[in-house]
Design a protein around this ligand. Structure first.
Ligand code: FAD
Length: 312
């Protein structure tokens, strides 16, 4: 099976949303409301993050169960930092039992605020996790092939000293059996286009999904700086945010406009998919859809149809 025959990519470009597993009842209720609102747009899939080392294990599985039971193809994330093979196998079994047919295979980052013994880890790189997943699925005789995604960093992973070597490591993940790449969030489309070209030159032919996160508040921007290792913030965006002088409505408008323009340009350049880092909120994503002229699920379907016609 090629990636393009995966349910995640039966319509291109794919549109997908990322959620994190809430740890409180209030957070869970909010997330369900967000899922209900965004489901109207028939996402190609949603993905659910995993706390490296297992801190969100049960919560991740609960969200996967929720979204799968609503008929939304779901991609749970899995990180190998802090896990043995037996633990990873157990988590994969839980995901497939919950109905997931896909997984995003990641290394994760060692925990900063708890003791961590790296000698326990079965794997040190995401490529080894991809290999393990392929071995595991074969041994299980699942009867279907999991769609496996991996992370890509258009502006470079912060640990990587050499961009060329980094591309070799990315290719190793695909050669081990990854079906698609989802990128770190970025604000400069040139970085994405350049990355996509480098992948194609390297012979990495799988779909490359662009990760987009609109700035919606100054506190969100601070959180983003934490989460988005390796991402540059363009001065054009930062200047516009400074002009807003902390006015919440203006900051949100600027962030949504910026992300809408980014997405429009990506769609014009035949991006394989757009993955929205939603932070469990629906407003910004819905506004971006509207700004792109995609007011309803009907418009999304029409975009897919037009793309097929032009490509035929
Ligand atoms: C789309 C996306 C989703 C994410 N979701 C989560 C999540 O749910 N939970 C979470 O904890 N984190 C998540 N992360 C963060 C991610 O776990 C970290 O950025 C982590 O540092 C790198 O993970 P990776 O899978 O890219 O690792 P790898 O591909 O293993 O790469 C990590 C570093 O090691 C280098 N490297 C790779 N292979 C080798 C090798 N053989 N020899 C030497 N160096 C090598 C790479 O160049 C890179 O610098 C996500 C990131 C992205 C982009």
């Amino acid at each position: 099976m090629s990636a393009s025959s995966s349910v995640l990519f039966d319509r291109t470009p794919s549109f997908s949303f990322e959620f994190f597993p809430p740890k409180t009842q209030e957070g869970a209720d909010n997330l369900v409301q967000t899922i209900v609102r965004l489901q109207e747009f028939h996402p190609s899939f949603v993905s659910v993050t995993y706390g490296a080392g297992g801190s969100s294990r049960e919560f991740t599985r609960a969200v996967v169960q929720e979204t799968q039971s609503r008929g939304i193809p779901t991609v749970p994330h899995l990180t190998c930092v802090g896990h043995t093979e037996a633990e990873l196998a157990d988590i994969l079994a839980g995901y497939t039992k919950a109905g997931a047919r896909a997984v995003l295979a990641l290394r994760g980052d060692p925990p900063r605020n708890r003791p961590y013994d790296p000698t326990r880890d079965a794997f040190h790189h995401a490529s080894e996790l991809v290999r393990f997943i392929r071995r595991w699925e074969e041994a299980q005789g699942l009867g279907y092939r999991l769609t496996v995604g991996v992370a890509g960093f258009p502006e470079g992973h912060p640990d990587a000293r050499n961009r060329l070597r980094e591309m070799d490591f990315l290719k190793a993940k695909v050669d081990e059996g990854a079906d698609y790449i989802c990128t770190q969030l970025f604000f400069d489309n040139h970085a994405f286009f350049d990355f996509r070209d480098r992948c194609r030159i390297m012979g990495i032919d799988c779909p490359i999904i662009a990760g987009i996160m609109p700035v919606t508040s100054i506190s969100g921007l601070n959180r983003m700086a934490d989460l988005s290792a390796g991402t540059n913030f363009p001065s054009r965006l930062l200047k516009a945010l400074l002009r807003a002088g902390g006015d919440k409505g203006s900051v949100e408008r600027i962030g949504i406009n910026y992300a809408s323009n980014q997405c429009g340009e990506l769609l014009d350049a035949d991006v394989d998919g757009i993955h929205f880092y939603t932070l469990n909120k629906s407003k910004a994503t819905l506004e971006i859809y509207r700004n792109l002229g995609l007011n309803s699920c009907y418009d999304v379907e029409r975009l897919h149809m037009l793309n097929h016609l032009y490509k035929a």
